[in-house]
Ligand binder design. Structure first.
Ligand SMILES: [Zn+2]
Length: 365
């Protein structure tokens, strides 16, 4: 008999889910540094620094790791990089996987989703989070392959999966994403607009004192009215006084079963010269990439420098179930951009470009 729960607990105590609450960075000397190095080494990174000493070699490994994971690249291990290190160290079969709160996350979940999707069981988007779609797919898999149908992906299910050839083209998640967007129209579509920051969180600010949260809120309203005129059912991810965490924003959009999620931020940089527009989508979302491309194209037409459309694994993009983008139309740290952002006409033009991008996305899907 399989005992997935105890296997899970054993793996959890072995894997350690210690919370990193402070930043681990170059120059540090601690057991935490040794822990980070051990995890990086197990991921085949070579580190020359003395164990426990965070030197240049550790920093460059952290940077490369961050780059590969599509997260912010700063060579510093904060809570997000730490959780990615923990997720990256799970291999399929290490622990039992099942639906629980908070949901289980890791590269083992990601591999499982890929295998199940390739077999035609719809495990949902391959995001490394064991949610309801994945649980349903595990049950369907168990039923078809004669494994006790308990929704827990434990040793018996793993053995069954290992014996299978995974070669079916066109994964279910991809097909579903296509179905979801094919022929869908902006009229009646639920579009969630997510104004960045808010509440006590003002975001970045410019040298003139302009703050990101205010601009995002203003532009969000302008986009909303344009989309509403075309019949879209526009919802905001937050009220003006709130500044919810990214996961909460994603959760709200998922609860609304939105067809599209558009998050607004402004870029910032130490160098005031940095300027231009960029968009970000979840790395493995084709529809998200298409949406980002449509918006980016329209923003560049305003004369903004093209800083491109990029794939990223930010929690907001990863946890939203629908095609999602983060739009950063300008740098608030650039004095020229800041001056332009102070002008309501420019903000209106930015909102118009984003709305046109969304319309084009619906027309082309
Ligand atoms: Zn921001």
């Amino acid at each position: 008999m399989e005992k997935p729960l105890s296997a899970t607990e054993a793996a959890l105590s072995r894997g350690g889910t210690r919370l990193v609450t402070r930043l681990i960075r170059e120059g540090d000397r601690s057991v935490e540094v040794a822990d980070v190095q051990a995890r990086l080494r197990s991921l085949k990174f070579e580190i020359d620094d003395v164990t426990g000493n965070f030197g240049t070699s550790t920093k460059s490994a952290v940077r490369t790791f961050q780059q590969r994971r599509g997260i912010l690249v700063d060579g510093i291990v904060g809570p997000h990089t730490w959780s990615q290190l923990v997720e990256a160290s799970w291999r399929l079969g290490d622990r039992g996987l099942y639906l629980k709160q908070p949901m289980m996350r890791g590269d083992d979940v990601l591999v499982l989703q890929g295998r199940l999707n390739a077999l035609g069981f719809d495990a949902g988007r391959e995001d490394g989070i064991f949610g309801e779609d994945t649980a349903t797919a595990v049950r369907a898999f168990q039923k078809e392959y004669g494994v006790a149908e308990d929704g827990i992906f434990g040793p018996t299910s793993y053995a069954a999966l290992q014996g299978l050839r995974v070669d079916r083209p066109g994964t279910a998640a991809l097909l579903r994403e296509q179905l979801r967007t094919a022929g869908s129209e902006l009229a009646d579509a639920v579009v969630v607009i997510d104004p960045g920051h808010g509440g006590d969180d003002l975001g970045a600010s410019g040298s003139n004192g302009l703050c990101e949260a205010d601009i995002c809120w203003d532009v969000a309203g302008r986009i909303a009215s344009r989309l509403a005129m075309r019949g879209a059912r526009v919802r905001f991810s937050r009220t003006e006084a709130e500044g919810p965490e990214p996961s909460e924003r994603a959760h709200r959009a998922n609860t609304l079963d939105a067809e599209l999620f558009v998050s607004l931020h402004l870029n910032s940089h130490d160098r005031p010269a940095a300027h231009g527009a960029s968009t970000y989508h979840f790395v493995s979302s084709g529809a998200g990439a298409a949406l980002g491309e449509c918006i980016q194209t329209e923003l560049v037409k305003l004369g903004l420098l093209d800083c491109r459309n990029h794939g990223r694994s930010y929690p907001l993009l990863r946890e939203t179930k629908m095609p999602a983008v983060i739009v950063e139309p300008a740098f608030i740290t650039n004095p020229d951009d800041e001056k332009r952002l102070e002008d309501p006409e420019f903000r209106d033009a930015v909102a118009g470009a984003i709305a046109r991008g969304i319309v084009r996305y619906f027309e082309s899907s």
